[in-house]
Design a protein around this ligand. Structure first.
Ligand SMILES: Nc1ncnc2c1ncn2[C@@H]1O[C@H](COP(=O)(O)OP(=O)(O)OP(=O)(O)O)[C@@H](O)[C@H]1O
Length: 241
């Protein structure tokens, strides 16, 4: 794999909050155009790691490089779309007003802004709810709106922290179809999940347990290597069960 293909390079990253060690010596390369999933139980350290990749936190040891530059780096903001685990939306505004606010932060001009807003809302099936107050949105609708915002500026790298929590299976499928078409158009996607059927859809998976990267590979490879019958069983075997 050539060096410039690696959009993300995590080099020997550890993180501690006070005495609490949360990430242990993680090293990993993620290449352009792949859907990479971090799979692990609650508290494993997934959010801590992807926050660093989004430039919102720093490691205690080691370093993260995105597009060849050390993070955090303000100049990379336009290349990254980040969707946090809890929605960062203005509840007292409509969805459209929220989108317009973020679009202006990204410097999208009026005509392009209008076009992108309708494209991203179409993608998350919220076109009919564009003018609704976010306070009247359900939890799943808020997740989808957050995703739409992360997609607004057509980032080369999407970092999505549990993007489909609270979203029903039918919509979940349509959102994953959207991820695949974004990937086909060259977007690199990093997603955290603890849902096994989502893990199967990733090109490669990094299994995280207790802050350690216990296995990396394609879903098929991880299952075959452990002679497991499912990703879930493979995870347990890598975790020492
Ligand atoms: N700012 C912080 N200060 C102290 N401890 C923290 C902080 N942020 C995270 N942690 C701790 O780090 C550990 C990993 O949390 P993290 O949110 O990264 O896990 P996760 O794998 O994303 O889990 P979940 O799926 O539940 O979000 C947890 O024990 C958490 O309590």
């Amino acid at each position: 794999m050539s060096q410039q293909n690696n959009i993300v390079s995590i080099r020997n990253v550890s993180k501690a909050f006070g005495k609490h060690s949360v990430l242990h010596e993680i090293t990993l390369e993620i290449s352009a155009g792949e859907i990479f999933g971090f799979l692990g139980p609650s508290g494993a350290g997934k959010t801590t790691l992807v926050k660093q990749l989004a430039g919102l936190d720093t490691p205690t040891e080691g370093a993260n490089f995105l597009f060849g530059d050390k993070m955090p780096n303000i100049h990379l903001i336009n290349k990254i779309g980040y969707m946090a685990q809890s929605d960062a939306l203005y509840n007292e505004l409509t969805a459209k007003e929220n989108l317009e606010f973020f679009a202006s932060l990204y410097g999208l001009k009026h005509k392009a802004r209008k076009k992108r807003i309708s494209e991203v809302m179409e993608l998350v099936s919220l076109t009919d709810d564009l003018n609704k107050l976010v306070s009247n949105y359900s939890g799943g609708m808020k997740r989808r709106l957050s995703l739409a915002i992360a997609l607004l500026h057509q980032p080369q790298l999407l970092i999505l922290d549990e993007p489909t929590v609270g979203i029903d299976p039918v919509l979940r499928k349509s959102i994953w179809d959207a991820f695949v078409s974004l990937k086909e158009n060259g977007t690199t996607i990093i997603v955290t999940t603890h849902v096994m059927d989502e893990a199967e859809k990733c090109d490669r998976l990094g299994m995280i347990r207790d802050g350690k990267l216990i296995a990396v590979g394609t879903p098929n490879m991880l299952v075959q290597e452990t002679k497991a019958s499912s990703i879930e069983e493979a995870f347990l075997i890598y975790g020492g069960a």
